[in-house]
Design a protein around this ligand. Structure first.
Ligand SMILES: C[S@@+](CC[C@H](N)C(=O)[O-])C[C@H]1O[C@@H](n2cnc3c(N)ncnc32)[C@H](O)[C@@H]1O
Length: 180
């Protein structure tokens, strides 16, 4: 086998191993939220924060950037922050940020459960049940404004609003006020 093919194979294999490793570590793959979920979130943010200035929107697990990139473009008046542990999705998203010159977007390759989240920020998540449980404990020590969660609810917390997507599963999008 020629060296170029071997090198290509090695790169592909490393990429797959990296994605599988972080999927096992975080408990979820970097699968994007659905287009319908993203449109619903955009509409909600537009309605509630579209005419406000200087807010902070945080994607807890920004993946390949399917949500955070359109957010940064749609809300240039807000700071948009992403946390992502998985190296490849984070790098991909970083490349798109620089290509599109999104100065209001910052991307951290960090575990959001170990960070002090920006005060008064609006949090967005598409995680998994165990991740939501850990997030609930972490949020007790934070002073964020609101959480918008696709599909997964915070355990033992009543959502203020549940938006249902018009899809096969009537996917819920939960809204939680977080101000104490
Ligand atoms: C299902 S994807 C959601 C991607 C994006 N938010 C969207 O809506 O398209 C969830 C992402 O969260 C990341 N993740 C899960 N737990 C995390 C943690 N504690 N810190 C940073 N990233 C995390 C995973 O690596 C994965 O890429």
């Amino acid at each position: 086998m020629p060296w170029t093919e071997i090198s290509l194979l090695a790169v592909l294999l490393s990429a797959v191993i990296s994605i599988v490793f972080y999927t096992l570590k975080t408990g979820i793959s970097p699968m994007p939220s659905s287009g319908k979920a993203r449109r619903e979130i955009m509409g909600y943010l537009e309605q509630h924060y579209g005419d406000k200035q200087g807010g902070v929107l945080v994607d807890l697990g920004s993946g390949w950037g399917h949500l955070i990139i359109p957010l940064a473009r749609r809300f240039p008046q807000h700071q948009v922050v992403g946390y992502e542990l998985s190296v490849l999705p984070w790098l991909f998203c970083l490349a798109v940020k620089y290509l599109l010159r999104l100065d209001n977007l910052s991307l951290h390759r960090k575990n959001f459960l170990r960070q002090t989240l920006p005060e008064n920020s609006i949090l967005l998540s598409f995680l998994h049940p165990k991740g939501m449980k850990k997030l609930a404990s972490h949020l007790e020590l934070q002073s964020c404004r609101e959480l918008i969660s696709v599909f997964f609810a915070l355990p033992n917390v009543q959502a203020e609003q549940v938006m249902r997507l018009r899809d096969l599963y009537q996917t819920p999008v939960y809204i939680y006020p977080l101000q104490k």
